[in-house]
Design a protein around this ligand. Structure first.
Ligand code: DQA
Length: 144
């Protein structure tokens, strides 16, 4: 548990590979998961990699996370910009949170400049594509 990290991906990230490749690239979420497993192995971390399109399911995973994980890495997709429920769950769980976005949200529409997660997060990584998950895993390894 002390080296376990949960990586939570939010809505529409299951569509990576097909979804706006000019923004998100050509890799699928499965490709990103495989890369994360390899990075985690190198860093001596255990990971659980999850995706859901449902806000409630994500809240449920966060609520249960403190009993099994030491760090949360989250790309909450569009819920980043809307979800007080995910904000409250992250606040309540007490684990360090690392926020990741594939795209540089600050170069995009102004509604993506607001995050309900950033003020709770240890750090925010955006704009590096799937490599952002590597940076977050390295940050998690440093924290543990
Ligand atoms: C995203 C950015 C969000 O604004 C968007 O809604 C996503 C993906 C990213 O990884 O760049 O679904 O979180």
């Amino acid at each position: 548990m002390s080296n376990s990290v949960i990586i939570i991906n939010g809505p529409n990230l299951n569509m990576l590979g097909n979804r706006e490749p000019e923004v998100y690239g050509n890799e699928t979420l499965e490709d990103v998961e495989k890369k994360c497993l390899a990075w985690a192995k190198e860093l001596g971390l255990e990971i659980k990699f999850r995706q859901s399109n449902s806000e409630g399911e994500i809240v449920g995973w966060i609520q249960k996370s403190s009993s099994s994980f030491a760090v949360i890495i989250i790309n909450a997709g569009a819920y980043t910009h809307t979800s007080i429920a995910i904000h409250d769950a992250l606040k309540c769980c007490g684990l360090p949170v690392l926020e990741v976005h594939l795209s540089n949200v600050f170069q995009r529409e102004s509604f993506r400049h607001v995050s309900y997660i950033s003020n709770l997060a240890k750090g925010v990584i955006c704009g590096f594509g799937s490599q952002g998950y590597e940076f977050a895993l390295r940050a998690a390894a440093k924290l543990l």
